[in-house]
Unconditional design. Sequence first.
Length: 323
Amino acid sequence: MAEEENHFVALSECHFMNPGTLQEVMYFPNNQRWWDSVDGVMRAWSGRDLTGEWPHPLAEELIKYMDEAGVDVCFALREGMMDISGNLVSFSTNQFMIDQIAPYPDRMYLECMVGPILKRGVKHAIWELEHMVKNCNAKLCKVYMPEDDGPLDDRRMWPFYEKCQELDITLTIHTGMSYVVPQPSKHTHPDTLDQVMIDHEDLRVICYHMAWPHTEELIGLCGKHKNLYASMSGVVGWYERSPYRGYHAIGTALQWMDHSKIVMGLDLPFDDTKRVVDWVRNLEMPQELQEKYGYPEITSEMRAAFLGKNLARLAKISDKKRV
């Protein structure tokens, strides 16, 4: 990689959680089960669990690691998990996120979430989505169906997708297995997006976690649908720790889709930020894989796209450097 490269970097799926709420739900039976399953994910993605010290999931912590890693902007996302408390309370709210990012204009943007959409009622979710976009400057909206009452292609979701098209906002969607208890994986197989995209041609969707363990099925769908995008959020931590896994996923994706359809993402403890950003910043395809698998060379243009240009375009923000 040329030393003079200094690409714009943008990370979506940066979760903040309300410390007060985390304390208040500790007595619920599913709380410890949830944290135990989170540790399982962290062992793969981060090489550790969260029983020791890790940065508080708050804006004042994340900004330090953004500066350290040369990250220009992030998209801050509430954490739902209402099923932990029997649908009593979410780990954080959109208003909590708005208050958190307020001190960091032009560095932190709102990635709202208005679910569980079916459980709360689609009309209520649509109302909040419109409020977040028109009055709170939300740049992305996440759909997280593992905690909801149906799959992504549940026909009751169609009015919500239609509203997203009307508002011209890009959706970010959890795809692949559900990583945490008590949530099932059946609602977010990438195949459940096929009919969604067929029926909503103008809907823009970013698929988180490369839909692992169904990554190749997602890649095929991204080749099929012009507005379906693949995100390395979360699994990029795994790719850095086992790089040939990442080379194969990215190399295969580039055989099916243009490099303008791949984005990064975080969804990791904030102190992992520099580790994963540097991996993508220095990403090169080994010559042996180019020869044996036909994967393309990773160019500076591709790295710039993965690191931030693609996400900036989808979120409709400037890709000028902030740091």
